[in-house]
Design a protein around this ligand. Sequence first.
Ligand code: ZN
Length: 150
Amino acid sequence: MSDEDLRDLYRELILDHSRKPRHFGRLPDATHTADGINPLCGDKLRLYLKVEDGTISSLGFEATGCAISVASASLMADAIEGLGVESAESCFASVTDRLTGGTSDLGAPLEKLAALDGVRDYPSRVKCATLAWHALHAALTEDPNPATTE
Ligand code: ZN
């Protein structure tokens, strides 16, 4: 597949996830929640996790914001459902590293997250893409303060 085909595929994937976000909505029996704010773009997100026996058994989110922030939350939700808390934390580390220009390998559960690689050229968009991940980290570490990208 050419680079251009791949870019088109990624653009489609992001549009699809922003229009029809997966796991959208409040999770009534959540064990962990966190808010995330990206003041730069105005993106807001609330993440709900249900953690059972160290595994994220289900999750949901509510979000208002740009297409990138919503698509990123949707892709994240798909990728981490069913993962152990420690694996989810290591995903947080590799995704935020990669989106901020690092060389972390995303590996199988995060394969689709490569769709967001394009934002690396736009520092202001990086915060839109990492917002959901910061909220995930805040929820898992039970940080009482809202996660912010600033
Ligand atoms: Zn945004």
